[in-house]
Design a protein around this ligand. Structure first.
Ligand SMILES: NC(=O)c1ccc[n+]([C@@H]2O[C@H](COP(=O)([O-])OP(=O)(O)OC[C@H]3O[C@@H](n4cnc5c(N)ncnc54)[C@H](OP(=O)(O)O)[C@@H]3O)[C@@H](O)[C@H]2O)c1
Length: 251
């Protein structure tokens, strides 16, 4: 079995790569900086330098991964850009990177994966959104709004790819203890409720992809909290989420 993971050089993507390698998959990953990847991998592992915003670079990375006309069984897009923008303090550069990676990058991943899978009449594609993208409220951050877009984009491709036998799984995780999340929070994740580790997250994601689930929110406590919040009137939700953001920032 083959799997390509965009954004597989660190965090959730790299943890998924290790998970699938342990299962005997042939694994390809890409990112902008492959030097982050620890050395000494098996011959089943290949890393490619490719930016998901560059569709040609992404496509040639997958092409170089699939030698001898192998099928592409799974494609997971973990590439994402996030910053602590709850206070609206991100720079133009951060905002641009977030929009390009999370929206254009998501579309490019679907396009590349479907090009490789469409003649196979099989395959699974997963997009990592975020639990934050589930709630619709006025004061949500730019990141949250991009992750809402990921959910919508995945919905559109799910419908389009069904006739080709390709399944699409949208993944909406809560907080996962990655180095990136730690870096953004001065190594203090005490205010991140229901935090789970990368290994647990990888197991949950791979099971959802294997079961061809359309949409998954985890961990379950976060899922039920989101479901409860989603039935609140928009004005109340706005106030609650604003206060939560201030509390997290110690404002
Ligand atoms: N950690 C959480 O709590 C959490 C919760 C919900 C959702 N998520 C989502 O999960 C995903 C992974 O997050 P993470 O915490 O594991 O962070 P991470 O370690 O920073 O992972 C992001 C990955 O995406 C790659 N990447 C970023 N921009 C890229 C680009 N333009 N082209 C190609 N690769 C790119 C990065 O590699 P390079 O730097 O080498 O490019 C890295 O491999 C993100 O989409 C994030 O929004 C995370």
């Amino acid at each position: 079995m083959t799997i390509f993971i965009a954004g597989g050089t660190s965090g959730i993507g790299y943890s998924l790569a290790e998970h699938y390698l342990a299962k005997g998959f042939k694994v390809g990953v890409c990112g902008r900086d492959v030097s982050k990847i620890p050395e000494n991998h098996s011959e089943n592992f290949k890393a490619f330098e490719a930016d998901v915003c560059d569709i040609n670079a992404l496509s040639s990375a997958v092409n170089n991964f699939l030698l001898n006309d192998e099928n592409l069984d799974l494609f997971i897009n973990c590439a994402g850009s996030y910053a602590e923008d709850v206070a609206g303090n991100i720079s133009y550069e951060e905002a641009e990177e977030m929009l390009r990676t999370n929206i254009l990058g998501t579309v490019n991943c679907f396009e590349v994966a479907r090009n490789f899978m469409k003649d196979q009449q099989s395959g699974g594609i997963a997009a990592i959104a975020s639990v934050s993208g589930i709630l619709d409220y006025e004061n949500s951050s730019l990141y949250t709004k991009t992750k809402r877009s990921v959910i919508q984009i995945a919905d559109a491709y799910r419908r389009a790819l069904k006739p080709f036998g390709i399944s699409v799984t949208t993944v909406a995780p809560g907080y996962i203890d990655t180095q990136k999340l730690r870096n953004l929070n001065n190594n203090d994740l005490s205010k991140k409720p229901f935090l789970i580790d990368e290994k647990t997250a990888s197991e949950i994601i791979s099971k959802a992809v294997n079961d061809q689930k359309e949409f998954i929110i985890f961990p379950s406590k976060m899922k039920w909290m989101m479901k409860s919040l989603s039935i609140l009137p928009a004005s109340l939700l706005n106030i609650i989420m604003f206060r939560k953001a201030k509390w997290m920032k110690n404002d």
